[in-house]
Write a protein that binds this ligand. Structure first.
Ligand code: PEP
Ligand code: CO
Length: 398
């Protein structure tokens, strides 16, 4: 680990997407409280996931990351956890296919509470309030009290995460399920940094990723994660060029450790053909280890005429298929899929075999943030990706 790093060194860098906590005393008290709490996950578990990701990177397994866009305090209970676990198992079964490719299952759960936003303020009917940033920060209701950033919410997120982890251990079966979220809320993540032998790890989840809005040069998020031993993801959107990607890899993975870095590609169906090949080539030319993972959700968000944020299945399937085709053409291993999905029968993304239409969104939309696949749509995507994986393995065997 770099010797100028400490759990607080991110404070010298550019920390974007952070709430404005008015009461600094309350914030300090909450962070001190959390720092004394037990770790949510163990360092050894995060290391085991890193080893599993190294296998996927080499093409001997496939990574599935999936779950809610944002977990909520209201929508929580054993039933919901069970639905999420069941959906991940079902999607993994379809991905692994008849060939029985092992699927490394990582859920966006037990910590996926903080959301990056494209604007800091929301205006409605002439009133302006801070944007909703996820239940760990503030409330969704459009009123002044709810939208105030409240440090006490971090305890509730911690408690819900701990309760969820307890349930996952019981429900997820013998192969286990790892947890992941965007490491966005820096004070919370710092408070949960713990010792890992000679180094440090983030104990809020096994896998932490840096979002597309916070992976720039000079980012505080990059600084915090660079000192942690967890496996780490980097979201790769259309504004990420090969030079910046290589600089990020130098910082986050100087020793080139297999399983350390997952590159989560979210270019959008219309841009992936142009934006992905330069990244694949740069990483290969430098001989850097990285797991290439397809997120066909975040580059395909459109606004429906009714105002809802939605994602058309045709674009989601299109980006996933293009990802495989491009990896094949460039000689890279397509090794993972990252999706926002829910076990509830929602109507948030349009299209798919069940034919969700824009007019269905009004009654079937439940997400507080981005649109998720419902179980039918998730199964459909998994079938397509499973077929791509079988084709790939067939080509290898021939
Ligand atoms: C997300 O995964 O929920 C997200 C906000 O992604 P991105 O950083 O890729 O926009
Ligand atoms: Co999202």
């Amino acid at each position: 680990m770099a010797d100028d790093w400490s759990p607080a060194s991110w404070r010298r860098f550019d920390a974007r997407q952070q709430p404005d906590y008015a009461d600094h005393g309350a914030l300090a008290a909450a962070l001190a409280g959390l720092a004394a709490y037990p770790p949510l996950v163990r360092a050894a578990e995060a290391q085991a996931l890193k080893a599993a990701l190294a296998e996927a990177q080499a093409g001997r397994a496939f990574l599935l990351q999936g779950g809610d866009c944002a977990e909520s305090f209201a929508d929580f209970g054993p039933g919901n956890v069970r639905l999420s676990v069941g959906l991940i198992a079902e999607v993994a079964r379809r991905l692994g296919g008849s060939a029985g490719l092992p699927v490394v299952r990582v859920a966006r759960i037990a910590g996926q509470f903080a959301k990056p936003r494209s604007r800091a303020w929301e205006r409605r009917d002439g009133r302006r309030l801070p944007m909703y940033r996820g239940d760990i920060v503030n409330g969704f209701a459009f009123d002044e009290a709810a939208r105030r950033a409240d440090p006490e919410r971090m305890f509730r997120a911690y408690a819900q995460s701990a309760a969820t982890l307890g349930h996952l251990a019981a429900d997820a079966g013998p192969d286990g399920l790892w947890t992941a979220h965007e490491a966005l809320l820096l004070p919370y993540e710092q408070a949960l940094v713990r010792r890992d032998g000679a180094g440090w790890y983030g104990s809020s989840a096994h896998f932490l990723w840096i979002g597309d809005r916070t992976r720039f040069d000079g980012s505080a998020h990059v600084e915090l994660l660079r000192g942690l031993t967890n496996p780490i993801g980097i979201k790769c959107g259309p504004s990420l060029g090969p030079e910046l990607l290589l600089r990020l890899l130098d910082r986050l993975d100087p020793v080139r450790e297999p399983g350390r870095i997952t590159l989560i590609v979210r270019m959008g169906a219309g841009r992936i053909a142009e934006a992905l090949p330069p990244l694949l080539r740069a990483v290969r030319a430098e001989g850097r280890p990285a797991l290439w993972c397809c997120d066909p959700m975040h580059g395909n968000t459109v606004r429906a005429r009714s105002g809802y944020k939605t994602r058309p299945m045709a674009r989601i399937l299109g980006e996933a298929q293009a990802f495989f085709a491009i990896c094949r053409a460039e000689g890279a291993v397509p090794a993972g899929l990252h999706v926002e999905m829910t076990g509830q029968d929602v109507a948030e993304c349009t299209g798919g075999a069940a034919g969700v239409e824009e007019r269905d969104l009004a009654s079937g939309y439940r997400s507080l943030c981005d649109p998720r696949l419902n179980p039918g749509q998730a199964a459909e995507l998994a079938e397509r990706v499973g077929a791509e994986l079988e084709r790939l393995r067939g080509a290898e065997a021939a």
